[in-house]
Design a binder for this molecule. Structure first.
Ligand code: GDP
Length: 296
């Protein structure tokens, strides 16, 4: 995902680090190139602007120009600013709440929501020994309910039995009750997705959130859709209120802009990233590791 941005930046920094003394003009020129590289990687314009402004201010403030290795100093400042833009620390899913802890999954259809629901359930079961119940609230697409059931069977995670004719809110309430009575630690609710953000989708997700009071509301967003993913995140956060983001298809050859913009635009952390179709292709999102990958 980050290869082409990474190549561009290392080209810019190679040039910078090979030189001895740097003038302010050299730093400005490098920042112009960084700005162009970020824009080409589809990073949101205001994020690019605040990023390069920060780097420039820090570079001047730290008197890079007079330091012994000015090039490396600029690279370090870029690295630190990148980590800050990506969200500083890894933020795991927060399960510190009375059991069963409800987690609400929201997002557009095709973003990888159902797959990610199963991936998270499997990870909580395997790594944290949690008993997890999953429920699909997608009343309009029986195939989606069936898909979650199959994923549950494949990963040895329980799913709420499918009952035809119930509304999303009714299913959500039934899931919470079943989780409570069944002694589950976590209950993951996979809401319905639509191809685009629409009012019906938002209303339904908001109502489910109101009646279930989830501890986490995770937006699943497809990294390959770049700026659209960022706009989707902004829309969901504005209307429903999310607590974190799972970025999917980070294994694909997108330009990386979504990953870089998400945190800055929504203020919400990217918690996890999907890196493949398999049930275990889910990784924690570590800002410093991602910054290392971007800077090569
Ligand atoms: P939903 O409509 O949002 O529930 O999307 P699905 O969970 O059905 O996923 C749609 C497709 O994307 C499926 O073929 C998944 O296997 C695939 N998918 C989901 N997450 C990832 C990912 O991180 N990487 C890749 N390569 N494929 C993914």
């Amino acid at each position: 995902m980050f290869e082409s941005l990474s190549d561009r930046l290392s080209g810019i920094f190679d040039k910078l680090t090979r030189r001895g003394a740097l003038s302010e003009a050299d730093v400005s020129e490098a920042m112009r190139e960084v700005r162009r590289a970020l824009l080409e990687a589809d990073v949101a314009l205001d994020v690019v602007k605040s990023f390069t402004d920060k780097v420039r201010t820090r570079a001047v403030g730290q008197e890079v120009v007079k330091s012994i290795t000015p090039g490396q100093m600029v690279v370090k400042i870029v690295h630190d600013t990148l980590v800050e833009t990506l969200g500083s620390d890894a933020r795991p899913i927060d399960l510190v709440a009375p059991a069963p802890v409800p987690i609400l999954m929201v997002g557009l259809q095709g973003s990888g929501k159902t797959t990610t629901t199963a991936k998270i359930a499997r990870r909580l079961k395997e790594r944290e020994r949690k008993r997890v119940l999953m429920a699909s609230l997608d009343t309009r697409r029986p195939a989606a309910m069936e898909q979650l059931k199959v994923l549950g069977e494949q990963n040895d995670v329980d799913t709420l039995p499918i009952v035809a004719g119930q509304s999303a809110v009714e299913i959500a309430k039934r899931a919470l009750t079943a989780a409570r009575l069944g002694g589950y630690d976590v209950v993951i609710l996979d809401t319905a997705g639509r191809v685009t953000v629409d009012e019906g989708l938002m209303d339904e997700a908001a109502e489910v959130k109101r009646v279930t009071d989830p501890h986490e509301v995770l937006l699943v967003a497809d990294a390959l859709t770049g700026q659209d993913a960022v706009n989707t995140a902004r829309a969901f956060d504005g209307r429903i209120g999310i607590t974190g983001i799972v970025l999917t298809r980070v294994d694909g050859d997108g330009r990386g802009g979504a990953a870089l913009s998400m945190r800055a635009v929504t203020g919400k952390p990217i918690k996890l990233m999907g890196v493949g179709e398999k049930a275990d292709a889910l990784e924690d999102f570590h800002p410093s590791r991602v910054a290392d990958r971007i800077l090569g």
